[in-house]
Design a protein around this ligand. Sequence first.
Ligand code: PLP
Length: 382
Amino acid sequence: MLEYSPLHELKRREAALKIINSKVKEDRSNLYDLTGLSGGFPVKQEDINLLETYAGPAIFEEKLQPLGVKHLGGEKVLALNRTSSGILATILALVKPGRKVVHFLPQLPTHPSIPRSVDLVNGNYIEFTDTDEFKVTEKTDLVIITGSTMDHQVITEEDFLKIIEVSGNVPVLVDDASGARLRTIVYKQPRAIDMGADLVITSTDKLMDGPRGGLMSGEAELIDLIKTKSHQFGLEAQPPLIAGMVGALENFKPDRILESRFKKQEVYQALLEDFSVEETPTGVMILPENVIKELKGKGMDTPLNEDVAATVLAMILLREYSIITIPAVGMPGASPTIRIDMASKDAERLEVEYITQAFKGSFARLEEVAGDEETCKTILFG
Ligand SMILES: *Cc1c(COP(=O)(O)O)cnc(C)c1O
């Protein structure tokens, strides 16, 4: 039986990268990265000579400070290797063994970095998706709010404010990996800090063309504690990453996110004719449970579980249609939901027709192979 283990995920990711490698060697323009994480490394020629251990931070941390505060609010900015690193550093700094971390998110699943980090400090992790049930106790060291989930489910402003109120004096960290853009630009909500959060972290490659990295801001005193931990455990961003973040924030244009919503509507309407697709703020997604439902609806009897089936579909999209989605390239623990983001840079080059044909063709192929585990293994792992 094909299972969905971290080791399998790693092997699948390696297979996906190999396919991408051979496609890119032919021609980068044949590849369509629709993950919304296409990132980039916008550093200027004159910056490259400054990418040194001490000169680098001296220059780029200073440049990052006002740009980060403008984007996120807060008093002091901290650059981390990834959003996950920032979450870990915060939990290491603020949560004592046996104490609680209470997480509110609009919808499951949770980003795995949160429960895993709490586990490392022997804390207790509790999560809520209903504000009426949410509570903190004497034992709570940290509240985390996810502003926008991995599947781009966005918290309402009302729920956000309610959690802030219920949290009282407990520090609140907002995981706004994509939310710092989706919530504010698409949903016109205030920045997390402006709604009373103490700390916020965002990913500089989600809905902006920056490198994969975590940009945190908040109360200076808390940031200093977290920064200390980040240095102790090597979680901080290195100079090249900080330089990339500076360039990304300088170049950031909210308009592409707003414009992508029109093309998204076209894709959504076209796919809706054949699939149980759902809208996200800037794209569409097919949930793993709906991949299985579609297969069963067509009378298929498949031994695959829903996460594996979705991943096979993502690998077919990559192999046969050169479309990159997260379930193909994601790291262990990434969401198996097939999501395409029309705010991705590569989406600009794609016709709606190509996308619908790619989904139809890939699904037809999945139907052919879903009963045959050996073929699925070859599709997943090469
Ligand atoms: C992407 C994401 C993260 C983690 O970002 P990494 O760059 O993978 O560390 C954490 N939380 C949420 C909600 C995310 O969407």
